[in-house]
Design a binder for this molecule. Structure first.
Ligand SMILES: [Ca+2]
Ligand SMILES: [Ca+2]
Ligand SMILES: [Ca+2]
Length: 461
């Protein structure tokens, strides 16, 4: 159904010879998944594993059909069959969620148990009664989902990106910290009412893995889709815990911390925020990583727009509470073709293709613009923030989540790109290109997570 609402079917057959000096790639193939959305690679843990390079792949899929539920898929040790992607057969983990989003594995430290799958779900009415759910037992016979997000209430919440596991109250048990969105349609011509907040669910004293409806505590209003836990320095070199808070509807990017010296978050009067950037863009993704290869972590950030989406890097100040975050826009001008409808945006999620200490290329989902891109650094000089934007994949619809790692230990990075509109996941391998080679853009088809929102608004709004 969603395909009928695609803005314009893009069948762009491009075959450009590109001389790529530092990276080459090949498409290993595809495998079928209906409406693949988020994709996550997690290094397997627990059982005795054959090597350090055992990764599990998780995929979510959903549709705008109000009567259909979505699917949560997993592929254990996806590296085993990576050279024959059409042999990949995802295992169904759950089909009880109306609109599943990011799927992850809960770190073993949280419950002293490996293989606990965490599903975040919900987005737009009538599929906005979302949850944070735990499913134990992966990769064997999985248990029923336990919904740890709060008891049912009048206001419905959607959870998009994976929770961060942090002990917020100092009781020794890791709690689930997550951003959530409330989205309510209003009678036309009024726009929908949106609200975001950062909340933590308190792990109970015992049997957390079996106990639903953990107590909830709101930290701040604002972040709707994602929040990232980080440890950053303050003046004097003291490290503190903080959460990076991009806001899509709120159009700002902030950081929040507590003045409590032990980083205990139970006293609301001690909670502080600072603005990292307030340039009114729609912030959709943030990662803490060393982007420019100078040995210091930076923030890799994506802002989504119908006309000028950007990828930017922020250098972290000496004291995160009051310093200036220097911004470097490394790619811009991402736009959705045709008549842009409110809610469409590009690009989507980014992932670094890091293999060694050199400055890594970046793989980027174009989301609603129906492409995936490579951002290739112009040089290895950490002071040079210029990148070349190269199309990697042209699709017929939204390009969903991207994930990448060396999943088979051959020294090269493999990547999964969800092609929502094609019912396919594309598999790529990235290698060093010693002499530069002719790289051909592959032609395929996909649909963006944000345009699903638009399709939804058109149909049900
Ligand atoms: Ca705790
Ligand atoms: Ca850096
Ligand atoms: Ca590899």
């Amino acid at each position: 159904m969603v395909r009928t609402f695609n803005y314009l079917p893009l069948f762009i057959a491009i075959s450009l010879p590109l001389h790529v000096s530092c990276i080459d790639y090949q498409e290993l193939g595809t495998f079928p998944v209906a409406f693949p959305a988020f994709s996550t690679l997690v290094r397997a843990e627990g059982e005795p594993l054959p090597s350090d390079h055992v990764y599990d792949l998780f995929l979510s899929s959903f549709t705008v059909d109000p009567g259909a539920t979505g699917h949560v898929w997993g592929v254990h040790d996806v590296g085993r069959t990576i050279n024959e992607p059409d042999e990949i057969r995802p295992t169904l983990i759950s089909d009880v969620f109306a609109w599943p989003n990011e799927i992850t594995i809960v770190p073993e430290t949280v419950f002293s148990e490996s293989g606990v799958v965490c599903v975040c779900s919900g987005r737009l009415p009538p599929k906005n009664n979302g949850s944070v759910a735990l499913i134990a037992g992966w990769p064997g016979n999985v248990a029923d989902a336990v919904l740890i997000s709060g008891a049912p209430q009048r206001q419905l919440w959607s959870y998009t990106r994976a929770p961060q596991w942090v002990d917020m109250n100092g009781d020794g048990r890791l709690d689930a910290v997550v951003a959530r969105l409330s989205f309510v349609f209003n009678p036309p011509p009024n726009p929908p009412t949106t609200q975001g907040e950062l909340v933590w669910f308190e792990q109970p004293v015992s049997s957390g893995l079996q106990t639903p409806n953990w107590s909830s505590h709101v930290v701040i209003q604002g972040p709707e889709f994602e929040s990232l836990a980080v440890r950053l320095t303050t003046a004097g070199g003291v490290e503190k815990l903080a959460f990076l808070c991009p806001e899509y509807f709120g159009r700002r990017f902030r950081i929040v911390w507590t003045e409590d010296p032990g980083d205990i978050w139970t006293d609301p009067t001690l909670i502080r925020t600072a603005t990292i950037d307030g340039d009114s863009e729609r912030y959709v993704d943030v990662q803490l990583t060393d982007v420019n290869g100078d040995g210091k972590d930076d923030l890799l950030v994506v802002t989504s727009s119908g006309t000028n989406g950007t990828v930017r890097v922020y250098e972290i100040p000496e004291d995160f509470r009051n310093g200036t975050w220097e911004r470097h826009v490394i790619a811009s001008g991402f736009s959705v073709q045709g008549n842009v409808t409110q809610g469409e945006g590009t690009p989507g999620l980014a992932v670094l293709l890091r293999r060694d200490s050199k400055k890594p290329p970046i793989l980027l989902s174009g989301d609603d613009d129906g492409h995936a891109y490579l951002l290739v650094p112009s040089s290895d000089d950490p002071a040079d923030w210029s990148y070349q934007k190269r199309p990697l994949l042209a699709s017929t619809g939204i390009v969903g989540g991207v994930s990448a790692a060396d999943i088979d230990g051959d020294g090269n990075i493999e990547a999964f790109i969800s092609a929502y509109g094609e019912d396919k996941v594309h598999v790529f391998r990235f290698t060093d290109a010693e002499n530069g080679s002719d790289v051909r853009m592959v032609n395929s088809g996909t649909v963006g997570l944000l345009s699903v929102i638009v399709a939804w608004l058109v149909h049900y709004g």
